[in-house]
Design a protein around this ligand. Structure first.
Ligand code: MV4
Length: 446
C-alpha cells in the first residue's frame, strides 16, 4: 500500500480523497492554487503545495507542476478526483513514465473508452445493447442521410471525442440533418480537435441511469448497482438517486450485468461508471463510460456501505477485490442534491462571494460533503459546487421528506444557491411519483 498520495484536485472532492487516505492510514498531500491556499480544507491535508495562479491552466490542469509537486513530496500515487485531469489519458501516461501510480484505469483503457465510437463497438462485442446507429464513424452528410433514412428520424449526431452532452445535434429531417452534420463537425473540431462523428437513433424523453463498477488487475469485477441521474439541467446533474425508482429486479440485473460485461471486455481496472439511456418501455441502451470517480458516487456508498474512494486506492495499489457479487446488497434509498452557488431565479448564473453564514444540516441519515466553513469565499475560477447533501433512508418517501427538512435547515448567506430549486423539484408531483425524464427541468422549472 502507498504511504503518501498526492491529490490533484480541490474543493469537496479533495476533502473526500483526504478522508479516504486517512481512513487507510495514508498521508495526503494536496496541490492548491493561490486562490485556494488559505482555504480551510487545505489544513486537513498532511502537506500542501501551492502550484500556481488561480487559473486552472496554470494550476490544476498544469501537468509539469503537478508531477513536480508529487516528486518533491515523495508521493507514490496521484488521485485526480473528477474534472481537471481525471480523464486525461496523456496525464495518466506521464504519471506512468515518472513512476507514479495514477489512481484510475490505464491510459490505454482511458483512450479506448474516451472514443465513443470505439466504446460502442466494444459494447456490441460484449453483447451490451447500444442505440441503433452507425457501425463506425460517419464520413460525410450523404452517409448520414442514407443511415438516417434506414433507421428513421429523429436521429442524433454525436462527436466521437465528446461526452457529457458536448458536440451533439438532433435532426428530424433530411434538411436539418445536412446542416446538423456541418455544425456538429465544426463544433467537434473546435472543441476536441477531432471532427469524428457518429449517428444514433434519437431516444425521446429517456431517463439517465448509470451503473457503478469496480475491477481489479486480476480480472475480477463487481457492480454496485445503478444510480438514476435523470434530473439534470443543460447536462449538469442536480439530483441523483439510488436505486432507480422505476427498475424492476429483472431489468436491474440485466442492466448491471451488461455493465460488467462491458468493463470486462475492456480489460478495465479500477472504478468506472457505465451510462445508459432508459426508454419508457424499460429497454436500456449503453451510451458511454466514465473512467473517473463521479460526483454522485456518494449515494452508491450510502446504499451499499462500500467506500468507493478507498476501493480506488486499494485497487490502484494492486490489491485483489475481496468482494463477491453475492455479498453486495442495496439497503434503502439514497438521494443527493448538489448545492451550487448559482441563482435558479436568474437562469442559474454563478453567485460567488464570501459566506457570512454557513450552517450545514445534520441528523440520522444525513451526510454533507463540503470543503467550506463560515467566512470563506467561493471563487469564480472554479465550479460552483458548495456542498453535496446526501440523505439515506429506508424508503423513497422518507428520503424525500428528510431531504426537504435538511434543505430547509441549511443556512447559507448571503449568496444565492440551488436550494430553492431543489425544494421545488422535490415537491413536484411528477418527481414524487418518479414520472420524469431528462427534459423534466426544461419543461417544469422556468
Ligand atoms: C442521447 C439522447 C437521446 N438519444 N442519445 C446527453 C449527454 C450524453 N452523455 C448523451 N446524451 C444524450 N444522448 C440518443 N441516442 C439524449 C441525451 C440527453 C441526455 C442524456 C442523459 C441525461 C440528460 C440528457 C439531456 C439531454 C439529452
Amino acid at each position: 500500500m502507498f504511504s503518501r498520495i498526492l491529490i490533484a484536485n480541490r474543493g469537496e472532492i479533495a476533502v473526500r480523497i483526504i478522508r479516504a487516505c486517512h481512513d487507510l492510514d495514508i498521508e495526503a498531500v494536496v496541490v492548491c492554487s493561490q486562490a485556494d491556499k488559505d482555504a480551510a480544507y487545505v489544513q486537513w491535508a498532511d502537506e500542501a503545495v501551492c502550484i500556481g495562479p488561480p487559473s486552472p491552466m496554470e494550476s490544476y490542469l498544469n501537468i509539469p507542476r503537478i508531477i513536480s509537486a508529487a516528486e518533491i513530496t515523495d508521493a507514490e500515487a496521484i488521485h485526480p478526483g473528477y474534472g481537471f485531469l481525471a480523464e486525461n489519458a496523456h496525464f495518466a501516461e506521464i504519471c506512468r513514465e515518472c513512476g507514479i501510480t495514477f489512481i484510475g484505469p490505464t491510459p490505454e483503457a482511458m483512450r479506448l473508452l474516451g472514443d465513443k465510437v470505439e466504446a460502442r463497438t466494444l459494447a456490441k462485442k460484449a453483447m451490451v445493447p447500444v442505440v441503433p446507429g452507425s457501425e463506425g464513424p460517419i464520413e460525410n452528410d450523404q452517409q448520414a442521410l442514407k443511415l438516417a433514412n434506414e433507421i428513421g428520424y429523429p436521429v442524433m449526431l454525436k462527436a466521437a471525442a465528446g461526452g457529457g452532452g458536448r458536440g451533439m445535434r438532433v435532426a428530424h429531417s433530411d434538411i436539418t440533418l445536412r446542416s446538423a452534420f456541418a455544425a456538429a463537425r465544426a463544433e467537434a473540431e473546435a472543441a476536441f480537435k477531432n471532427g469524428t462523428l457518429y449517428l444514433e437513433k434519437y431516444i425521446e424523453r429517456p431517463r439517465h441511469v448509470e451503473v457503478q463498477v469496480l475491477a481489479d488487475n486480476a480480472g475480477n469485477a463487481v457492480h454496485l448497482f445503478e444510480r438514476d441521474c435523470t434530473i439534470q439541467r443543460r447536462h449538469q446533474k442536480l439530483i441523483e438517486e439510488c436505486p432507480c425508482p422505476v427498475l424492476d429486479d429483472q431489468t436491474r440485473e440485466n442492466l448491471c450485468k451488461a455493465a460488467l460485461r462491458l468493463i470486462q471486455e475492456a480489460g478495465y481496472q479500477n472504478a468506472a461508471t457505465c451510462e445508459f439511456l432508459l426508454d419508457r418501455d424499460n429497454s436500456f441502451y449503453f451510451i458511454e463510460v466514465n473512467t473517473r470517480i463521479q460526483v454522485e458516487h456518494t449515494i452508491t456508498e450510502m446504499i451499499t456501505g462500500q467506500d468507493l474512494v478507498q476501493w480506488q486506492i486499494r485497487l490502484a495499489a494492486g490489491e485483489a477485490l475481496p468482494l463477491r457479487q453475492k455479498d453486495i446488497h442495496m439497503q434503502g434509498v439514497a438521494i443527493e442534491c448538489r448545492i451550487n452557488a448559482e441563482d435558479p431565479a436568474r437562469d442559474y448564473t454563478p453567485s460567488p462571494g464570501r459566506l457570512t453564514r454557513f450552517m450545514p444540516p445534520g441528523g440520522l441519515g444525513v451526510r454533507v460533503d463540503t470543503h467550506l466553513t463560515p467566512g470563506e469565499t467561493i471563487s469564480p475560477y472554479y465550479d460552483s459546487l458548495i456542498a453535496k447533501l446526501i440523505v439515506h433512508k429506508p424508503s423513497r418517501d422518507e428520503a424525500i421528506r428528510t431531504m426537504k427538512r435538511a434543505l430547509r435547515e441549511f443556512r447559507i448567506e448571503p449568496i444565492a444557491t440551488t436550494i430553492p430549486a431543489h425544494l421545488e423539484i422535490l415537491s413536484h408531483n411528477q418527481f414524487v411519483t418518479a414520472d420524469v425524464d431528462t427534459g423534466f427541468i426544461g419543461r417544469n422549472m422556468s
